[in-house]
Design a protein around this ligand. Structure first.
Ligand SMILES: Nc1ncnc2c1ncn2[C@@H]1O[C@H](COP(=O)(O)OP(=O)(O)OP(=O)(O)O)[C@@H](O)[C@H]1O
Length: 356
């Protein structure tokens, strides 16, 4: 497995890119750890596949270099990069048996038959197709074929990295959960470097140690699931991670206090927003306290979602979501306060840290 260095990578699909807007992938300059499980998460069109294809060698970046364990592989083909890939739709040989499909990547590399057999049986069990080993792949359902693709991606343990591009899209919801947990287990057991593209936050948060959130051709945050939840670096991360997403409201900062509408909230630090055209306050619905003390709020609606309820309210002229436990009481004349440690201030959409 390999450490992957993305050295000032940028990509434009069209010729002669001039402005930032011409780049489908804006500058990425990061190092991803050997044995790390990374998820690339973001909405459709944000550049996830572009970045994955640059890592795999299907696409040459317009600028920058890519290194595996310090070795420049920018000009190498996918095959020479020694990478396994699993795509959204099955890539298998229909006329071969399930067993032979899984054995193919190993036999291709000259692995001895007893070892081929051991690995293939292990994978067959993992993807729950042991009973189908001798069947021709063409007889299988789309779901089963995709499991073979996944198996082919995992069967070799000498690859530099395994890249997954939305691999579970065609898999049914229960099996999705099973396979995701197995991927996680395999990662722990073998320490593969894995990069997993998805637009589904649950998939990203359960699979990865580090989630790479992309928005509009840019990486806006790389963090553990907890970091993305507690300290979203960009308002987009706040919206995109969590359900409901973070409350983001226009604000004005003066020293160590912040105004939202007519309300003033004290902070325990003084964020520097002096150069920002747009200043916002972010607070996750889980960290808004609703009770008898604090600032006035009008309650519009209460949604019961099982063990929790979501209160839809209006605060200082802005919509506000509040998450409460199922049994929490909502008083007649409800008021709110924000957990000071959970308030984030954003200057032109980027979080201004407490150290600022
Ligand atoms: N071959 C191409 N030629 C021109 N533009 C492209 C090409 N492939 C992608 N793009 C553009 O690059 C941007 C990023 O696309 P990309 O496929 O990387 O996003 P994505 O996050 O993987 O989206 P999705 O989840 O829909 O696959 C989009 O604006 C897309 O239209």
């Amino acid at each position: 497995m390999a450490r992957i260095t993305l050295d000032h990578i940028r990509h434009a699909y069209g010729p002669n890119p001039r402005t930032e807007k011409d780049y489908s992938l804006k500058e990425v300059d990061h190092e991803w750890n050997d044995g790390g499980a990374y998820a690339l998460l973001g909405p459709s069109g944000c550049g996830k596949t572009t970045l994955l294809n640059i890592i795999s060698g299907l696409l040459q970046p317009s600028h920058g270099r890519i290194l595996f364990d310090g070795r420049d592989v920018t000009d190498l083909s996918t095959q020479a990069r020694n990478i396994a890939q699993v795509f959204q739709f099955p890539v298998i040989y229909d006329t071969m048996t399930v067993y032979d499909n899984l054995a193919f990547p190993l036999r291709n590399r000259g692995v001895a038959e007893p070892e081929v057999d051991r690995r293939v049986r292990e994978i067959l069990e993992m993807i729950d197709l042991t009973g189908w080993a001798k069947r021709k792949a063409q007889r299988l359902t789309a779901d089963q074929k995709q499991k073979i693709s996944l198996g082919r991606g995992l069967v070799r343990n000498d690859v530099n990295a395994i890249l997954f591009d939305e691999p579970l899209t065609v898999i049914d919801p229960h099996m999705k959960w099973v396979l995701r947990s197995q991927l996680k287990r395999l990662h722990k057991q073998f320490g593969f470097t894995m990069v997993y593209v998805t637009h589904d936050q649950t998939e990203a948060l359960t699979f990865a140690d580090k989630v790479v959130v992309m928005y509009d051709g840019e990486i806006v945050q790389i963090g553990t699931p907890a970091e993305l939840f507690e300290r979203p670096s960009h308002t987009f991360v706040g919206y995109f991670i969590g359900s409901p997403g973070m409350n983001v409201m226009p604000a004005k900062v003066a020293g160590s206090s912040v105004r939202v509408g007519e309300e003033t909230i004290d902070l325990d630090y003084a964020p520097d927003t002096s150069r920002a055209a747009k200043v916002e306050l972010g607070i996750r619905p889980e960290f808004v306290r609703l009770g008898r003390d604090g600032m006035p709020v009008s309650i519009l609606k209460v949604e019961d979602i099982g063990r929790q309820k979501i209160v839809r309210a209006r605060f200082a002229g802005q919509p506000l979501a509040i998450v409460m436990t199922e049994d929490a009481e909502i008083p007649q004349d409800a008021r709110i306060s924000f957990d000071p440690a959970a308030i984030s201030i954003y200057a032109d959409s980027w979080r201004v840290g407490r150290e600022a």
